[in-house]
Design a protein around this ligand. Structure first.
Ligand code: SAH
Length: 395
């Protein structure tokens, strides 16, 4: 079998079961492996460390499928890994009332670069690197067996594929093409999801548990749902007894879908308002207009793609938290999120603290939030933890 040989002393992270082998750790590739091809990973002294998928154009040159030196990478292997992932959700995901769930979360499920979300009877996948691209037909076949469905749709229209030398692509991989809108249920709320054109695979499933938490705290409150996308937190808040919800987003299409979602759950426009525009401007405009809220939710897109953008991102997070805090009535709740993996929880807490202080307010953290349990964090792969949230009572 083709192989990569690591430089002397560079085997430590693989021995700790971290699935990425960076190009800088590799002394040489033996046998000229092609993109996605399976290679044996060997230490400098020849020790067999595992087996992975080769990615000639990427800084992450190998992603390891298995640390068991004897395992074979074939249909049976993928069937087993997929079945483990699906079974893990069955036994630990508490969304008993829902019909949408992340079934496979890449490296955390031992399937680097593969995302599979289930929305009702359809599966939506992302193939984020050459290894899963190479095995796509096998994976689709195995998925159909492990998780019978009406159709499997691919949403590999993501920029990270470029780092792997892969073009963006979308389309039906099996069965029926999903309809323009699928109705999903989460925490007793109903949402329309456009899995073919919506953000990510159609919905931000990672916030599922946090939407439930917001619902618990929402009773009687005026809520600002900033970066609302299709209204997820806003609907959840009204279901939890909120008085009124304002959704704010730069995307008109997202707000149109939010209007549909509010109506689906029985809320007319006496219960909510949609504001379209740039949050950095609109948060200031709301202050000038004297608007005040009892809960401000800030769930912006990823401001830091990598550590290189850390300073700029920290400034952006601080600015919105500062503006959001100013809009809160005394004892209001600031629900502040960051989905940038590069921003560590400790730093995010400091940014939030600085913002609240600069707003001339003080506060207490009453809850620490993270990504939902169907986005597990492999202990050997801390990079899979990215979503952080703080609920602060602001006085
Ligand atoms: N809270 C949502 C997910 C938010 S994703 C949920 O639970 O479903 C981030 C959203 O921010 C996207 O909908 C995107 O359109 C919006 N967005 C990005 N930049 C923005 C900006 N500068 N001002 C307002 N909205 C923005």
């Amino acid at each position: 079998m083709k192989a990569v040989i690591l430089k002397k002393g560079r085997e430590a992270s693989v021995l700790r079961h971290h699935p990425w082998v960076f190009s800088g750790a590799i002394e040489k590739a033996v046998g000229e492996p092609a993109a996605g091809e399976t290679v044996r990973v060997r230490a400098h002294d020849g020790r067999n460390l595992g087996i992975g998928g080769y990615s000639p154009d990427s800084q992450i040159r190998v992603r390891i499928w298995s640390f068991d030196g004897t395992e074979r990478i074939d249909t049976a292997f993928f069937r087993k890994r997929l079945a483990m992932a699906v079974e893990a959700r069955r036994s630990t995901v508490s969304r008993s009332t829902g019909n949408a769930v992340r079934l496979v979360y890449g490296e955390s499920d031992g399937l680097p670069g593969l995302i599979v979300d289930r929305y009702g009877e359809y599966l939506v996948c992302q193939f984020l690197y050459t290894g899963v691209e190479f095995w796509k037909a096998t994976l689709v076949e195995a998925l159909r067996e492990v998780c019978p469905c009406k159709g499997i749709y691919e949403r590999s229209d993501v920029a990270v594929r470029a780092k792997e030398g892969l073009a963006e692509t979308t389309g039906t991989l099996y069965g029926q093409t999903p309809p323009e809108s699928i109705e999903m249920v989460e925490n007793g709320c109903v949402y329309r999801v456009d899995v073919c054109r919506g953000h990510k695979t159609g919905f931000y499933l990672d916030q599922s548990r946090n939407r439930a938490r917001v619902a618990e705290l929402a009773a009687g409150r005026d809520v600002l749902n900033c970066f609302s996308y299709s209204g997820g937190f806003g609907v959840a808040a009204l279901m939890g007894g909120a008085r009124f919800a304002v959704n704010l987003d730069a995307s008109r299409a997202a707000l149109e879908l939010a209007a549909v979602n509010f109506a689906l759950n029985g809320y007319g426009d006496e219960h909510y308002e949609n504001l379209c525009g740039d949050a950095f401007d609109l948060l200031r405009r709301l202050q000038e207009d004297g608007r005040r809220f009892d809960m401000v939710i800030l769930d912006p897109p990823k401001f830091a793609d990598s550590r290189r953008h850390l300073v700029r991102a920290a400034r952006a997070y601080k600015d919105i938290a500062l503006q959001g805090s100013k809009l809160l009535r005394p004892n209001g709740l600031l629900v502040n999120f960051s989905c940038s993996g590069a921003i560590e929880p400790g730093l995010f807490q400091k940014i939030t603290a600085d913002a609240v202080l600069d707003a001339g307010r003080s506060g207490q953290i009453i809850d620490y939030l993270s990504q939902a349990e169907d986005h597990p964090v492999a202990l050997s792969f801390p990079e899979s933890m990215y979503l952080k949230g703080l609920i602060c009572r602001i006085t």
